[in-house]
Design a protein. Structure first.
Ligand code: KG4
Ligand code: ZN
Length: 354
């Protein structure tokens, strides 16, 4: 069976056709995965502008879906279902995908499958690597999310922890903005950090030891927090600006040192918790997915730590790490085979919980 996936939760309009292989170990194959990025539009504003994002999704969605079908050599009657991201995300953006998917599924008389965006990121690991050895601890780390999941059975996702404030990708984007490096911040900080000294700037490491009284699901040591780190970078930059003797702007080397020092703290915080959870839940594998999983230091350290601990590690390829519809199609196939379809009164849910 072939499924059409649609993803419009943030600033990428994406459609993909994914097919079942019949091989239980590597269940899915990508036939097409078209992504229309809006980065150029939002760059001017230093971040995603929700109103501009939803308007651009409306402009792009028809052509993106048509191209995904054409590249896959697939016509509507060849499809078995339509899967769409229901949430979480920007509600105006989500609504474009959900409305399109409902209309298309109704017109083509196809079942509709509602997918959680983070289930898509988790399944990007299976789409790339085949089924993971379970139980697996999976970190989803992007511009909107930093959450740790335990996957004990295929398609069963148990959240172990999440960030108490900023997502890691958000911290990358904010730090890049305050250093004047542009949007999105992750790729540029990643690149500049390569020529920096990662011990040059002393930045705080956050360790949460107690549950949050106001949010009982935030239990403690596996939770993440990145807003203090962002503020520490801001203080470092301000201190320099107030030091009249050194008022000149940062040199390229100083910028590289800040990037490297920031990145070391973020990557260490992420990887440490992945392996604490892996040990606690006796995981047979660990995975990292989402936009920040494209980070070169994170990829290298995950693999090195996994090799030292003798735990197999999994990552999506770069095209599957940032937002795309192939991962939504894959998660949709998983859900469809488990018997879960949506009705045509499906609504977008900006705060959908997994
Ligand atoms: O998964 P994604 O495409 O969208 C969300 O669901 O948020 O992730 C986008 C995030 C952005 O914050 C971006 O700065 C970050 O992923 N990112 C990176 C890298 N490439 C993208 N962060 C660190 N290093 C990278 N190489
Ligand atoms: Zn995402």
């Amino acid at each position: 069976m072939r499924i059409l996936g649609i993803e419009t939760s943030c600033d990428e309009t994406s459609a993909a056709v994914v097919e079942e292989t019949g091989d239980a170990a590597e269940p899915w194959a990508i036939r097409s995965n078209v992504v229309a990025s809006q980065v150029a539009i939002h760059r001017e504003w230093g971040g995603v502008v929700p109103e501009l994002a939803s308007r651009q999704h409306i402009r792009d969605i028809c052509a993106v879906v048509e191209r995904a079908l054409a590249e896959a050599g697939t016509a509507w009657p060849d499809l078995g279902a339509v899967a769409v991201t229901q949430g979480p995300g920007l509600v105006g953006s989500l609504l474009v995908g959900v409305s399109f998917a409902k209309a298309a599924a109704a017109a083509a008389r196809l079942p509709l499958v509602a997918v959680h965006h983070l289930a898509g990121h988790i399944e990007s690991l299976v789409l790339q690597n085949g089924e993971l050895p379970l139980p697996s601890v999976v970190l989803v780390v992007s511009g909107g999310h930093t959450s740790l999941y335990l996957v004990e059975r295929p398609g069963a996702y148990q959240r172990l922890s999440r960030t108490r404030d900023d997502a890691a990708g958000e911290a990358y984007d904010k730090v890049a903005k305050l250093l004047g490096l542009g949007y999105p911040g992750g790729p540029v900080i990643d690149r500049l950090a390569k020529s920096g000294d990662d011990r040059a700037v002393v930045l705080p490491t956050t360790r949460l030891t107690h549950a949050d009284r106001n949010a009982p699901e935030l239990r403690g040591d596996l939770d993440f927090s990145f807003s203090g780190l962002k503020t520490a970078v801001l203080r470092h930059v301000r201190a320099r600006q107030h030091d009249a003797a050194k008022r000149a702007s940062f040199t390229d080397q100083e910028i590289a040192d800040i990037c490297a020092s920031f990145q070391r703290v973020v990557v260490t915080a992420l990887i440490d918790r992945v392996f604490v959870a892996a040990r606690r839940y006796q995981a047979l594998s660990v995975g990292v997915a989402g936009g920040v999983s494209a980070n070169s230091r994170l990829r290298a350290e995950l693999q090195a730590r996994g090799a030292r601990r003798d735990v197999p590690t999994f990552l999506p390829g770069l095209a599957l790490s940032t937002d795309n519809a192939a991962m939504i199609a894959a998660a949709g196939l998983r859900k469809f085979r488990a018997g879960s379809t949506a009705s045509f009164d499906l609504n977008a849910d900006a705060a959908l919980v997994l």
